[in-house]
Design a protein around this ligand. Sequence first.
Ligand SMILES: C[S@@+](CC[C@H](N)C(=O)[O-])C[C@H]1O[C@@H](n2cnc3c(N)ncnc32)[C@H](O)[C@@H]1O
Ligand code: SF4
Ligand code: SF4
Length: 382
Amino acid sequence: MCSVSEPITLVDRPPEGFRFPSGPDEPGPNYLPAEYRAVDPATRGPTAAVKPRCVFIEVTNHCNLLCETCPRTFTTYETPMTLSWENFLRVVAQFPDMTRAVLHGIGEPLLNRDLPRIIGYLKARGVSVLFNTNATLLSEDWARELIAAGLDELRVSIDGASPVTYAQIRGAPLFHKVVKNLKRFCEIQREMGATLPRPSLFMTGMKENIAEVPEVVRLAAWMGVPEVYVQRMVYYVDLKDESSAPGMMTSGHALFDDYDVIEARTLAEAEALGRELGVVLKSSGGMTPSKSLEQSQHRDGKPWSACMRPWTTAYVTANGNCLPCCISPFATNDYDSLILGNLFERPFDELWNEPRYQAWREALLSDAPPKPCAGCGVHWSL
Ligand SMILES: C[S@@+](CC[C@H](N)C(=O)[O-])C[C@H]1O[C@@H](n2cnc3c(N)ncnc32)[C@H](O)[C@@H]1O
Ligand code: SF4
Ligand code: SF4
């Protein structure tokens, strides 16, 4: 087993002979997946005119890590459940217009052994498929199965460039294992001559790891990974009861709400290094991470109202509950307030424009948004 203090030596160039796929453009307005741009923002009202094209499907809510930023570590909001093949079919039958499927919720997707079959099914329907994973279980067999199934994107959560930072945030001394697994995944992909999935590293940006972003870019280049995501940590701004937020889910660990010059410099340095090494840095909303941080300086009166998710996206848990988005369960512990219906009990077609969804949308467009929305575009990137 690797010790947390064991150093890792990185070269600052991609592997010998390796060429990044012609792939990703610099982030920009058109980088946002088409599914999020399918609705004209000016037409948003309490009802949604189109059915969701992007669907988050939580293939399990079990997890094998204890991340300090994640509600799964501290709470069991729903009955522990792995989505069965039959229930997966019941979910996808309700989304005929789906073109993009994100196969994670709060849990580790590689704990669902049906995942390759699920991906294969969605690919046969012409859906673009991706998920985030902690990659601790990403064995060679998993690698071959995911590549063969036709997965489009594999986002590996890393949260740091050192074993110490990784263990501090992810709750287990598994940095070397994750790096080894993803590096081997990239090698197998090249051996198989496969251009997909597009691998990336995913960082939850916070005070503890922001200084390591440039090293994460080097790490990506070393492994042959063409993209690094840096997204500001979402944390509890609204607690249902008087309890204090658990773990690192507090403002004390989050990046400064206001522009911070050291963070800005670090991100600019990482982006420059990325340009040199051929690694693209992305944040949410089609922005670069530094642009996302800078925007927190120029927020208008209600930045959350730029959100398109409850008009374009469905989020379905392993128990069939429908939530407004993937961010909200990280922003409040009032989980019941997020459940807008259950599609194993009622058809999604009915839920989508029923009063609970309508009330969420109406509030989101107002000066008094639902509590989790009030932090979007303010404390963290939308
Ligand atoms: C909830 S996880 C589920 C997938 C998988 N278990 C994983 O860790 O990648 C999805 C993503 O959320 C990130 N994440 C965890 N806590 C977060 C927080 N408080 N704010 C924003 N993202 C967070 C994880 O690092 C991961 O990339
Ligand atoms: S972030 Fe992912 S790996 Fe970590 S506890 Fe949450 S679900 Fe598990
Ligand atoms: S919490 Fe954020 S992402 Fe979710 S619906 Fe509200 S504004 Fe949109």
